[in-house]
Design a protein around this ligand. Structure first.
Ligand SMILES: O=C(O)CCC(=O)C(=O)O
Ligand SMILES: [Fe+2]
Length: 341
């Protein structure tokens, strides 16, 4: 099998170019489009985040998972009306603990509102106030980085105006997860998958990973490529909404994780940046010469559908309301019915 240079499949972009004058910004935009037309994954070095915040967030995540099980179970996602809270999965595809968080909001989906607005709501927090402060600060700092990337992408796609900015002005739907992958149990047993191959259902996912590694992305030519841990970098990958929005010019990035360590748990924090729940998802007028196969049918989208089963080419995209698709994807209100059954 042909070996691929990791940096070719997962290029490294320097976020400082965005603020270093028009020429540097143009260079960044070119590299960004190249990365998005390739694997759809890149490492963003020097993201404009407050100093030390990433380290603090990773440490706070480790501290959360080190709490006694009863304290974590008090935040069980099954108690939440809004898909927030703690869960543990142990099956062939997922073997990990997670804490789902989002924007801190009043409960949605009440009375006459559409049901899918139940995706908005308060987060359950551990007793110590520190977690709330660190994670909400981190979430909104990463959101701002995501806005900058979408603006650069709109520029790179040659779109008039910035259709992403119009959407972002309506308050994007954000999901942030703290994830804890256990160390491998026995030296003899084959390694257990932390999360099996999947694509995210986002525009962009901005991920902080610790120093252990274990994340792989599938390159356009089909090889699985390690995403090397780099301190002070965010791993960015494209999700299915971006694939739909760009008529397949940019493809969602298949990825998977196995914690190969027998001693240490792996910690990561992805932030999934999506349109406002009420937004209608319609393809953008991307350059004609970049025309690509039509996109995924949202009716078939699920976070853990095996990639082989994903209808990628044949389905033209009918516009749909993002919140409805996201609600459906989350099992019509039944938490993770498929994976946790
Ligand atoms: O932990 C990681 O590095 C990736 C997690 C992931 O892909 C997901 O939860 O969607
Ligand atoms: Fe993912």
């Amino acid at each position: 099998m042909r070996m691929i240079e990791p940096t070719a499949a997962v290029p490294i972009l320097d976020a400082r170019l965005l603020e270093a004058g028009p020429e540097a910004r143009a260079r960044f935009v070119t590299q960004l489009v190249e990365a998005c037309r390739g694997t759809g994954c890149f490492q963003l070095l020097h993201p404009p985040l407050p100093s030390g915040l990433s380290r603090e967030a990773l440490q706070a995540a480790r501290d959360f998972f080190a709490l006694p099980l009863e304290e974590k179970l008090a935040l069980d996602i099954a108690h939440s009306q809004h898909f927030r809270g703690y869960s543990r999965m142990s099956n062939g595809r997922d073997w990990r603990e997670q804490l789902h968080l989002g924007r801190e909001e009043p409960p949605g989906g009440l009375d006459s509102e559409p049901t899918y607005l139940r995706l908005q709501g308060p987060n359950p927090w551990p007793r110590d106030e520190r977690w709330r402060r660190v994670f909400l600060t981190y979430l909104h700092a990463v959101e701002a980085v995501g806005h900058q990337l979408l603006e650069a992408l709109a520029q790179g796609l040659g779109l008039t105006g910035n259709p992403f900015a119009e959407e972002l002005a309506k308050e994007p739907y954000l999901v942030m997860k703290l994830i804890h992958y256990l160390p491998q149990p026995g030296a003899e047993a084959p390694p257990r998958s932390g999360v099996a191959s999947h694509c995210d259902f986002s525009w962009l996912t901005l991920l902080l990973q610790d120093e252990l590694g274990g994340l792989q992305v599938r390159s356009s030519s089909g090889e699985w490529v390690d995403v090397e841990p780099r301190p002070d970098a965010l791993v960015v990958n494209l999700g299915e909404l971006m694939q739909m929005a760009t008529r397949g010019v940019f493809q969602a990035t298949p990825h998977r994780v196995t914690n190969r360590s027998h001693e240490k748990a792996r910690t990561s924090i992805p932030v999934f940046l999506c349109p406002n729940l009420r937004s209608r998802v319609t393809p953008l007028p991307v350059p004609h010469e970049w025309a690509a196969p039509p996109c995924v049918d949202p009716a078939h989208v699920h976070r853990v559908v095996p990639l082989e089963r994903m209808p990628r080419a044949e389905h033209p995209l009918a516009p749909f309301v993002f919140g409805e698709a996201e609600w459906k994807r989350k099992g019509r209100g039944i938490w993770c019915a498929e994976c946790c059954a």
